[in-house]
Ligand binder design. Structure first.
Ligand code: CMC
Length: 385
C-alpha cells in the first residue's frame, strides 16, 4: 500500500522520473549509455545510418528483420500507395491560425486521420501493420502542407517516383532535392526513428496498453515529443545559436548563463547516455558537410565550440541527438519551427513498432504514487464551507 509509512520505512521506494525502472522486455532497441552504443533490432546505428534508407528502417522496426530486395520493394510501394492526405485534413491545416504551433497542428491532424480510416480499431496484427504504414506515409504530408500553408503556398502532391526522405523535401520545397540534401534527410530520419522507452514511446505504450488504438497512441506520443526536454530541444538549440550569434561570443555567453540557477542548455545531457550520444557523432559530420555545402559554417563552428566547453565543465555534459541536427537542418534552409515535426516524421515508425510489441503481450501499465495528501478529512457540507 502506498502509505507514507511504507515509503519512510523503505518498504517502498519512489523512482522519480521512473529512472532505472525496468517495466517490460523489448526486442526493438538496445542502448548502452556508457559504451556508448545504440542498436535497432541488434544492428548498430552507425551501420544503419550510413547504409540504409529510411524505408529499410521502417521495415526493420515493423518486422524485426532487415528486408531483402523484394521486401524492400514491397514496403516502398506500400508507403507510396498509402500517401494522399484526406481532404478534411487539408482543411484543418488551412484553417489553423497562423499563430498555431506546428506540433499542435501535427497532433490534431494525426488524431483526425482516425476518422478517415474505415477500421481505426482493427487490432489484428495485419490491421496494426496497415495503420503503421499509413501513419508513416502521411506524417511528411501533414508537416509539409502546414509548412507551406503558413507561407501562403498550396501543398505539393507527393511524387511517387521519390523515396520517403526525398519526397518529404519535395513536399516542402516543390522541387526534387539534390543527392546530398536527400542523403542528409534520409540519415536524419534513420537516426531519429527509434530510441527504446523514451518519454514519447512510453506514452504510446501506456495508451496502447489500455487496448486503445494506434491513432490514439501516436497522437499522445506527439504530445510528449513536443516538450523541450524531449524532441522540442532541437528548436531550442537553434534559438540558442542564433541568440549567441557568433563563435567569438560562445565563451562569454556560456560563462554568464552558467551563473544562472537552473539554466539548461538545449541539446545537452541525457537520461541514458553518460557520454556522447552515438547519433550526435553522425549528425556532427552532416552538420559540417551541410554547412560547407551551403557556405554557412558558423552554426557548426559555434556548436563545436559549445561542445568543447561543455566537456570541460566540472560536471561534463555531452551533445544528444538534438544538438547537431539543429545546425544541420538550419543550413539546409529549414526553419526551426519544423525541427520537432521532422523528428516526429521519423519517430512515428518507432512508436508504431512499440504499439505492436506492447499489444503482442499486453498488460495494463498502471504505476502507483506515494500519497502525501490529507487522510480522512472530516466532510463539510457545501453551505458550511
Ligand atoms: N544543461 C545544464 N545542466 C544540465 C543539462 C543541460 N542540458 N542536462 C542535465 N543537466 C544537469 C542538471 O542540472 C542536473 O544537475 P545537478 O545534479 O547538479 O542537479 C544533472 O545534470 C542531471 O540532470 P537531470 O535533469 O536530473 O537529468 P535527467 O536525466 O532527468 O534529464 C534531460 C535528462 C535530457 C531532460 C536533461 O539532460 C535536459 O534537460 N537536457 C536539455 C534538453 C534536451 O536536450 N533534451 C533532449 C534529450 S535527447 C533527445 C530526445 O529525447 O528528444
Amino acid at each position: 500500500m502506498s502509505t507514507p509509512e511504507n515509503f519512510s520505512s523503505g518498504r517502498l521506494q519512489i523512482a522519480l522520473g521512473l529512472q532505472d525502472v525496468v517495466v517490460d522486455e523489448s526486442k526493438i532497441c538496445f542502448i548502452d549509455g556508457v559504451a556508448p552504443k545504440l542498436l535497432y533490432y541488434g544492428y548498430n546505428i552507425h551501420d544503419l545510418a550510413e547504409n540504409c534508407s529510411y524505408e529499410e528502417i521502417v521495415y526493420l522496426l515493423l518486422n524485426g528483420k532487415l528486408p531483402n530486395k523484394a521486401e524492400l520493394a514491397k514496403i516502398s510501394t506500400d508507403l507510396v500507395a498509402a500517401r494522399g492526405l484526406p481532404a478534411e485534413v487539408f482543411e484543418t491545416i488551412k484553417h489553423a491560425p497562423k499563430s498555431s504551433i506546428p506540433m499542435d497542428v501535427l497532433r490534431t491532424c494525426v488524431s483526425q486521420l482516425a476518422l478517415s480510416d474505415p477500421k481505426p480499431n482493427d487490432d489484428t496484427p495485419e490491421g496494426r501493420y496497415r495503420k503503421s504504414i499509413r501513419l508513416t506515409a502521411l506524417f511528411p504530408e501533414i508537416v509539409a502542407a502546414d509548412y507551406r500553408n503558413r507561407r501562403g503556398e498550396a501543398p505539393n502532391k507527393p511524387n511517387p517516383k521519390l523515396g520517403h526522405a526525398s519526397n518529404f523535401l519535395f513536399l516542402l520545397h516543390g522541387k526534387e532535392p539534390g543527392p546530398s540534401a536527400a542523403k542528409t534527410m534520409d540519415v536524419a530520419l534513420v537516426l531519429h526513428a527509434e530510441h527504446s522507452f523514451n518519454a514519447s514511446t512510453f506514452t504510446a505504450r501506456v495508451i496502447a496498453a489500455t487496448l486503445s488504438d494506434m491513432y490514439s497512441a501516436v497522437t499522445g506520443a506527439i504530445g510528449a515529443l513536443k516538450g523541450p526536454l524531449h524532441g522540442g530541444a532541437n528548436e531550442g538549440v537553434i534559438k540558442t545559436l542564433v541568440e549567441i550569434g557568433d563563435v567569438s561570443k560562445v565563451e562569454p555567453w556560456l560563462n554568464e548563463k552558467f551563473k544562472e540557477k537552473g539554466f539548461r542548455l538545449m541539446g545537452f545531457g541525457h537520461r541514458v547516455y553518460k557520454t556522447l550520444d552515438p547519433r550526435a557523432v553522425v549528425l556532427k559530420k552532416y552538420s559540417e558537410k551541410s554547412g560547407k555545402e551551403h557556405g554557412v559554417t558558423k552554426w557548426f563552428d559555434m556548436s563545436v565550440k559549445i561542445e568543447a566547453m561543455m566537456k570541460t565543465r566540472e560536471k561534463p555534459l555531452y551533445p544528444n541527438v538534438d544538438f547537431y541536427s539543429a545546425s544541420t537542418y538550419y543550413t539546409m534552409g529549414l526553419p526551426p519551427e519544423i525541427f520537432t515535426p521532422i523528428f516526429a516524421v521519423s519517430r512515428v515508425a518507432g512508436w508504431c513498432a512499440h504499439v505492436m510489441e506492447q499489444q503482442s503481450h499486453n498488460r495494463l501499465i498502471r504505476p502507483d504514487c506515494a500519497y502525501i495528501g490529507v487522510m480522512d478529512a472530516p466532510f463539510i457540507p457545501l453551505d458550511k464551507r
